[in-house]
Write a protein that binds this ligand. Structure first.
Ligand code: UD1
Length: 416
C-alpha cells in the first residue's frame, strides 16, 4: 500500500488535465448490464473503485476489456447472480447493479451495504422506489432479494434527493411498462450523464438534471458508445491545490458549470478564478480569506469537496464555519489536520476552523477518499515533510495524483 511523501511549500504552476468522472462512470458501468452486445465507454478513469465495478460486472458474466481509458463491455452472457458481501464491502456503489439487473432479468440479490466510514448510508429510498415499481423485496440475513414479474411505471417521491437511488430508479424504470416520474430527484451532473447514456441505448428519459425526471419504458435497449463527463471533484481538488500553494494552475477538461459552487467559494476566499469553455485557471498568491460553507446536494457545495475546503480554511485568515449536512461522520480528516498544526474544533456537524499562518508536516493517516485528498493538499502547502499513510484510499478516486502534482512542480512521491 505504501505511503505518499510530500515536501511542502512549492508553488504549483502549469496545466493539469482532469480525468473522466468516477461517479458518472460507476452507474454507467452498471447500466451496461441492461442489454446484450458490446457497449463502448470512453474516458473511464483507472481507479480502484472502477476496478471493483469491473470485477463485479465480470462476476455477473460480462466480458470486459480495457484499452487505455476505453472499456468494451459485452453484456451478452450476463446472469443475475447473487452479489456477495465481499463485493459489496469493497465498494458501496456496487449497489448500482440493483436497478439494471432487476430491469433486465426481473431478479436481483445483493448484500446489504451497511455502514461506511463517512456515515450510515441507508438504502431505504432505493428500495421504496423499486417496490413502488412493483418489485417484491425480501431483506434477509444481510441480503436484499428482489423479484418482479414486470415492472410498471409509477410516480415516485423521494424523501431525500439521493444520487444512488435516483440512478437505480432510472435504470430500473427504463424497461418498465408505462411512465415513471421521479420527484425530488438528485440533480447532479452524473445523473444527466447517465440519462445521456441510457437514451443512447434507446431509453426515453427526460428531465435529468432537474428535480423531476420522467422515464417512459421501452421494450429493449441496445449497446452504445459513450464518453464519460469530466470529474468535477477531481477538478475542485486541483483548484484548491492551486489556492493553498499560492499557485497558478490551468485545469483542463472541466465543465465550468459543474464547479460553479467551488469557484464561487474560492473567489470569496480571495482566489482569482477564470473560466473558458472547458477549463478553469486558478491563480492565488495573496492572502487566503476564510469562508463559511454548508454542504448541499447539487448545485450546492458538494460534500465530496468539504474535506479539501477544510484544509484550505485551516490556512486562511479568520474563522470559517463548515457545516456538513449530507453525511454524519465526515470529519475524519480533522484530527489529522490538527496534528499538522491546524486549529479546528468540531461541534456536532460543524467544523469551526481558525486559520493559522502555516501547517507543519508530520505523519498523517488516511481514513477515506476525500479525507486523504485533504491531507495531500495540506501536505503540499505545509512546511517540512508530510507522510500520508494508507494512500490506497486516495487511489479509489484519483488516478496518479502524485504524477499530476509532480508535473506542476510539487515535491511528492510514493514509497512502496
Ligand atoms: C453519491 C456519491 C458520493 C457523494 C454522494 C453525495 C457515487 C458513486 N457516490 O453517493 O461520492 O458523496 O452521492 O453527493 O456517486 N440517503 C438516504 N436513503 C437512501 C439513500 C441515501 O437517507 O436510500 C441519504 C444518505 O444517508 C445521505 C444522502 O441521502 O445523507 C445522500 O446520499 P446519496 O446521494 O444516496 O449518496 P450516494 O449515492 O451513496
Amino acid at each position: 500500500m505504501g505511503r505518499i511523501i510530500i515536501r511542502g511549500g512549492n508553488r504549483l504552476k502549469g496545466t493539469i488535465r482532469v480525468g473522466g468522472s468516477k461517479n458518472a462512470a460507476l452507474p454507467i458501468l452498471g447500466a451496461s448490464l441492461l442489454c446484450p452486445g458490446v457497449t463502448v465507454i470512453g474516458d473511464v478513469p483507472r481507479l480502484r473503485d472502477v476496478d471493483v465495478m469491473i470485477s463485479l460486472l465480470e462476476y455477473l458474466g460480462a466480458r470486459v476489456s480495457r484499452n487505455g481509458h476505453t472499456l468494451h463491455i459485452d453484456g451478452s452472457n450476463v446472469r443475475p447472480l447473487d452479489v456477495s458481501e465481499e463485493l459489496m464491502r469493497r465498494m458501496r456503489a456496487s449497489n448500482l447493479v440493483l436497478g439494471p439487473l432487476l430491469s433486465r432479468f426481473g431478479r436481483v440479490c445483493i448484500s446489504y451495504p451497511g455502514g461506511c466510514d463517512i456515515g450510515s448510508r441507508p438504502m431505504d429510498q432505493h428500495l421504496k422506489a423499486i417496490r413502488k415499481l412493483g418489485a417484491d423485496i425480501v431483506e434477509q440475513r444481510g441480503f436484499i432479494r428482489s423479484t418482479s414479474k414486470g415492472l410498471v411505471g409509477r410516480d415516485i417521491q423521494f424523501d431525500v434527493p439521493s444520487v444512488g437511488a435516483t440512478e437505480n430508479t432510472m435504470m430500473a424504470a427504463v424497461l418498465a411498462k408505462g411512465t415513471t416520474v421521479i420527484r425530488n430527484a438528485a440533480r447532479e451532473p452524473e445523473i444527466s450523464d447517465l440519462a445521456t447514456f441510457l437514451n443512447g441505448m434507446g431509453a426515453m428519459v427526460s428531465g435529468a438534471g432537474s428535480s423531476v425526471i420522467r422515464i417512459t419504458g421501452v421494450s429493449e435497449m441496445s449497446p452504445v458508445e459513450h464518453v464519460v463527463i469530466p470529474d468535477r471533484i477531481e477538478a475542485g481538488t486541483h483548484m484548491i491545490a492551486a489556492a493553498v500553494t499560492g499557485g497558478d494552475l490551468s485545469i483542463i477538461n472541466v465543465v465550468p458549470e459543474h464547479v460553479e459552487a467551488i469557484i464561487a467559494k474560492l473567489q470569496e476566499c480571495g482566489v482569482d478564478v477564470t473560466e473558458t469553455e472547458n477549463s478553469v485557471r486558478v491563480v492565488a498568491g495573496g492572502e487566503l480569506l476564510g469562508g463559511d460553507v454548508k454542504t448541499m446536494p447539487y448545485p450546492g457545495f458538494p460534500t465530496d469537496m468539504q474535506p479539501q475546503f477544510v484544509a484550505l480554511c485551516a490556512l486562511a485568515r479568520g474563522t470559517s464555519i463548515i457545516t456538513e449536512t449530507i453525511f454524519e461522520n465526515r470529519f475524519k480528516h480533522v484530527p489529522e489536520l490538527r496534528r499538522m498544526g491546524a486549529d479546528i474544533r468540531i461541534e456536532d456537524r460543524t467544523a469551526i476552523v481558525r486559520g493559522v499562518p502555516a501547517l507543519s508536516g508530520t505523519h498523517v493517516a488516511t481514513s477515506d477518499l476525500r479525507a486523504g485528498a485533504a491531507l495531500v493538499l495540506a501536505g503540499l502547502a505545509a512546511e517540512n515533510t508530510t507522510v500520508v499513510e494508507s494512500p490506497e484510499h486516495i487511489d479509489r478516486g484519483y488516478e496518479d495524483l502524485e504524477h499530476k502534482y509532480r508535473s506542476v512542480g510539487a515535491d511528492i512521491h510514493r514509497e512502496l
